[in-house]
Design a protein around this ligand. Structure first.
Ligand code: 173
Length: 318
């Protein structure tokens, strides 16, 4: 009793006399820990914790076991977490136009200069009560992976696992979309619930999908976007020095995209070595697919976000 009381007094004194308080931010990722789309965020956390010693610290809670992927946007909006690594495809319920970010594959250095970052930051301020700290993977495209061979780019009769990223194009080409989180892809393929799935060119080995994948359809399309968002109240509560640690680390994180050129090349070779066969229908069919994929995606974004959709398209220039 007596010793507990004394310990309590000591703690209170220590807290009130501490000079500059180190702030701790709680972080989650919408992708599994240690996998392709979490790895650079995890390096970012290490950097912030090293560079920000005594000023700012990130406490990484983890991946989808902590917060389900499609709820991460809401968790950062409501400050259940302070910082999140999440793709816009997972929070289209709160921001329909987030589906349009995949249609801008310009480097972030350019997007920060031409007003795109600023506009997308405003959207996040308003709709997600968050600050758009960084966007990663602008130079990493998506593919449709299949277990049934097709002889032209037509998904009629095929059930394809999607997120909002691939839904419109899969439907436009006659497929039946089935939405799942990444954590359910393996089982859906193993059980034949899905005949294929959408996913970036990288990362299929992380969860063992190579064992349940036969084909990768060409061409690659769109542009991966995984964002680092900070709850806006958490952001405003930081001082300038703390914000600088985060901003400097964010620019460094965006710069890591340059590593992806080599990673993509190695990944395609690894897929071939694992027996995953590329289905390539030649330049004309590929161009027709890319045009269609671009058109249906913009139409869908503009329909759901009549004000911001056209603005995003103008900024993307496609
Ligand atoms: O397929 C997905 O789950 C998805 O939409 C996505 C988005 C960005 C990176 C990886 C996957």
């Amino acid at each position: 009793m007596r010793s507990t009381f004394i310990a309590g007094v000591v703690v209170v004194l220590a807290a009130s006399t501490a000079p500059a308080q180190e702030v701790t931010l709680r972080a989650v990722s919408s992708f599994a820990e240690g996998t392709e789309f979490s790895k650079n965020f995890e390096r970012f956390i290490e950097k912030v914790n090293a560079d920000g010693k005594g000023l700012i610290k990130i406490n990484y809670i983890g991946g989808p076991r902590a917060v389900p992927p499609f709820e991460v946007g809401n968790a950062v909006r409501t400050r259940v977490v302070d910082i999140a690594n999440v793709t816009g495809a997972f929070y289209t319920n709160l921001m329909p136009e987030a589906d349009g970010f995949k249609l801008n594959g310009k480097p972030m250095s350019e997007q920060r200069q031409n007003g795109t970052w600023e506009y997308i930051n405003q959207l996040h301020n308003q709709k997600l009560n968050s600050y758009y700290l960084a966007r990663q993977f602008h130079n990493v495209p998506f593919h449709i992976y299949l277990n049934k061979k097709i002889d032209k780019i037509d998904f009629s009769g095929l059930k394809i696992r999607v997120t909002p990223v691939y839904r419109d194009v899969v439907e436009a080409l006659g497929g039946t979309p089935i939405t799942t989180a990444p954590g359910e892809v393996y089982t859906a393929l193993e059980r034949g619930v899905a005949d294929g799935y959408g996913w970036p060119v990288t990362g299929i080995f992380d969860l063992g999908w190579d064992k349940v994948t036969k084909f990768r359809m060409e061409p690659p399309f769109y542009s991966v976007e995984v964002n680092v968002l900070v709850n806006l109240d958490s952001w405003k509560a930081l001082n300038d020095a703390q914000r600088k640690v985060l901003t400097d680390a964010a620019l460094w994180l965006e710069g890591l995209d340059s590593e992806k050129v080599a990673v993509i090349k190695a990944e395609r070779e690894r897929q071939a070595a694992a027996g995953i066969q590329a289905l390539d229908f030649g330049p004309a069919a590929s161009k027709a697919f890319l045009d269609r994929a671009n058109d249906v995606a913009w139409q869908s974004v503009i329909k759901r976000a009549p004000e911001s959709g056209p603005k995003l398209r103008q900024l993307a220039g496609n």
